[in-house]
Design a protein around this ligand. Sequence first.
Ligand SMILES: [Zn+2]
Length: 398
Amino acid sequence: MAQLAADGRPKGKLVIRNIGTLLSGALEQPLLDADAIVAIDGKIHELGAARDLDLGDADVVVDAKGTTVAPGLIDSHVHPVFGDWTPRQSQLGWIESFLHGGVTTMVSAGEVHLPGRPRDVIGVKALAITAQRAFSSFRPGGVKLHAGAPVLEQGMVEDDFKDMAEAGVRLLGEVGLGGVKRGDEAKQMVAWARKYGIQSTIHTGGPSIPGSGLIDADVVLEADADVIGHINGGHTALPVQQIRCLCEQCTRAIEIVHNGNALAALYAMRTAIELEQPERIILGTDSPAGSGVQPLGILRTIAMLSSLGEVDAATAFCFATGNTARMRALDCGLIEPGRAADFVIMDRAQHTAGRTLLESVRMGDLPGVSMVIIDGVVRCGRSRNTPPATKLAEVVAA
Ligand SMILES: [Zn+2]
């Protein structure tokens, strides 16, 4: 059924019809009035009422059975190493497991778990370029993992960022996880990175593991990275006054992670909403981590923020899709023509008290995932990880 050309590129026409609820990923209009989507060669071509679209000659037709379609979820904060293996919990197949949690894109916050990770400048650069290359051509389950995220070490100079950018590196791993921990030193390197198109994230809060250190609000503000990484701590959160200060005194992305402090997560989300800047909220898992690997971490964070934070579920889905795509300039995360045809099809879990999927999430339940599509290609059917969906999407022609 997959439509991949010999060179691995997506090819052909995919139709999804009979969509009950369509989540856009965009905060300005989280719900779309459309019951069908057409994707061609891995990109969204058009959407609307089925009767108005050309649904003929499709290579694959998916009947959504009146259930909910959303953009594939984006995990803004993961720590891969190589392959679909993590040494953090000696686990295999963790990325493919996230696919079954609706995640279609991941962003590395540093390949820092690599045993024997190099800390000299040439080694840091070589690792970043190797990780970027490796995950560009290796996609477990089809998941797109943007990797090659070096952490800042002492002695890096402007030319190092230029070299890495020219070699394809687009991300910095968490500032503060390497040898550079002072705000003034980080600020200079973050600025060099930005000059060459490399986006940065900073570790916020207490140390994650023995050997790492505290990064408080003053350091975060001084370094001025593009993403306030795990504003709710990874795991230990800053005092709420400092979280408020970060939200108020800069305009950078406010990243909330599953493996952080839930109370601080709610506080950060409420503060961003109070400031009328909900578009800054993006979600990650910060896994693999000491607390494990959570294939459902993004869905769980959406359900937690929606239920305990009293936010409409369709809005909470935007935090993990369109917001992240816009903050990180990714070509996915939104249901609109030209974007990557990455979708998660879900329904209310069996026996949830919620009458609809969105109501069930608002009540704190997880949805059941029945299909995940990446670049217009069906990558999995009923999830092995979520609770079973009440109704399942189905491939009806291929
Ligand atoms: Zn992290």
